[in-house]
Design a protein around this ligand. Structure first.
Ligand code: PMT
Length: 396
């Protein structure tokens, strides 16, 4: 319920992507937002007002001369009550109209009369998107402070392939969440690790661990929503990177080490969430080991570089944050790691709480002491961790 208490006017304009706005209403509502739908006449040719009324639980406005508002001023009343106006899909025609300050229907009038921010998710044929007129309109809207989200590239309803597809409803919700999140890390460059590493024994076998990447990906998402530019060096995990986050996929601890060290000197903040293998196989085989060739040879292990400790030892090191997963003595072991790796902040968790699931229990250890966080979904703990980092780095 990350949008609890937020009032959003969702403006739907005429385009085939209007059907996706129905799912958008559902997803925004699921996050706790109070959604008021307003449509252009064109949009009602694609989806009916009844669909949106059923999903939002509110009457839908599509007519400038609607008499349901006692003062007959829907354009003023609806836009004044909103924390955000979101137009999705935003057609080429609608962008042209609002870029020129036209107020020739209810939605355009609301946009012109608004006192709140405006987010638009364009959706149109790729030639329409690339047309100089649209480019001019989009540039003018951006100059006016309107936030343009998307469009994405891909197959279009007309069968052509290129830029112009509306972002998916889930992606739009992410943009809305990012929009409302306090920008406590604005302008900061953050490099981080997440997930497990995989240390090959032969081309098909290896040593790895049960890190799913969930905690790290939640931290990456929260940092991006807080305004940071996030580079996520990630071991093998099963899901896509959070929107707006640059992911560098790696497999072994050595790959992760190289990817981090190439970027850490430029970072303001480094967070090591990855469960990095402490050891790799020294005698990793080039070809698959065969049982009938004398059986499995003994596996020799050599120590991997400690990425977090190396980043913390850089001249002008970024602000470094480590994680510690322990099966017991959390405080003692986490504090030892903090001292040994010389980092100002460690987030400790017990293995049974941290690995795999959606929830976790984190305890933060820093110079000021021990800060246990209430057990919660990883997304919420990640946001609290980012706020704590912002506090320690003087941004809060
Ligand atoms: O991915 P999930 O399923 O959501 O699980 C999340 C998690 C439990 C993996 C995560 O919350 C967590 O605790 N990660 C750290 C795991 C751990 O115990 O790491 P460690 O004690 O081996 O290392 C301590 C710190 O040094 C970590 O920040 C680690 O990233 C870093 N490290 C360790 C070894 C190494 N060679 N290089 C490192 O940078």
């Amino acid at each position: 319920m990350e949008l609890q208490g937020k009032r959003i006017v969702l403006g739907v304009t005429g385009g085939i992507a209007a059907y996706k706005a129905a799912e958008l209403v559902r997803l925004l509502g699921k996050q706790g937002a109070d959604v008021q739908v307003a449509m252009t006449a064109g949009a009602t040719h694609f989806v009916t007002t009844t669909t949106f009324q059923a999903l939002s639980g509110k009457p839908v406005f599509a007519d400038q001369w609607d008499e349901r508002m006692p003062n007959a001023m829907a354009h003023i009343d609806l836009s004044r009550q909103a924390d955000l106006i979101l137009i999705a899909p935003a057609s080429a025609d609608f962008l042209a109209r609002i870029a020129n300050g036209l107020a020739d229907d209810l939605l355009a009038t609301m946009v012109l009369a608004r006192t709140c921010p405006l987010l638009v998710a364009p959706a149109m044929n790729l030639q329409m998107w690339e047309n100089p007129a649209t480019r001019r309109n989009v540039a003018r809207l951006a100059e006016d402070g309107v936030k343009i989200i998307g469009p994405a590239s891909g197959e279009q309803a007309c069968g052509e392939v290129g830029a112009g597809r509306m972002l998916e409803p889930e992606e739009i919700v992410e943009e809305v969440l990012a929009f409302f999140a306090p920008k406590v890390l604005a302008g900061k460059k953050l490099v981080m690790t997440a997930g497990p590493t995989f240390e090959a024994i032969d081309p098909v076998r290896g040593i790895t661990n049960l890190s799913s990447g969930r905690m790290g990906y939640a931290v990456a998402r929260a940092a991006r929503q807080a305004g940071a530019e996030v580079t996520l060096v990630s071991g093998p995990v099963a899901f896509d990177p959070p929107q707006g986050v640059e992911r560098i996929p790696v497999r072994s601890a050595l790959d992760m080490h190289a990817a981090v060290m190439a970027r850490a000197a430029d970072a303001d903040i480094f967070i090591g969430v990855a469960a990095v293998a402490d050891y790799r196989v020294a005698n990793s085989a080039e070809h698959k080991l065969k049982k009938d060739n004398g059986g499995m040879p003994p596996i020799e292990l050599v120590e991997n570089p400690d990425i977090l400790a190396e980043v913390a030892a850089l001249p002008n090191a970024p602000f470094c944050v480590g994680f510690a997963a322990e099966s017991r003595n959390l405080e003692e072991y986490a504090q030892n790691k903090r001292r040994k790796k010389k980092v100002p902040l460690i987030a400790g968790n017990l293995i049974q709480d941290g690995f795999g699931g959606d929830d976790n229990r984190l305890v933060l250890f820093d110079d000021a002491g021990v800060h246990p966080l209430t057990p919660a979904p990883k997304s919420i703990l990640a946001r609290q961790l980012i706020e704590h980092i912002a506090h320690l780095t003087g941004k809060l």
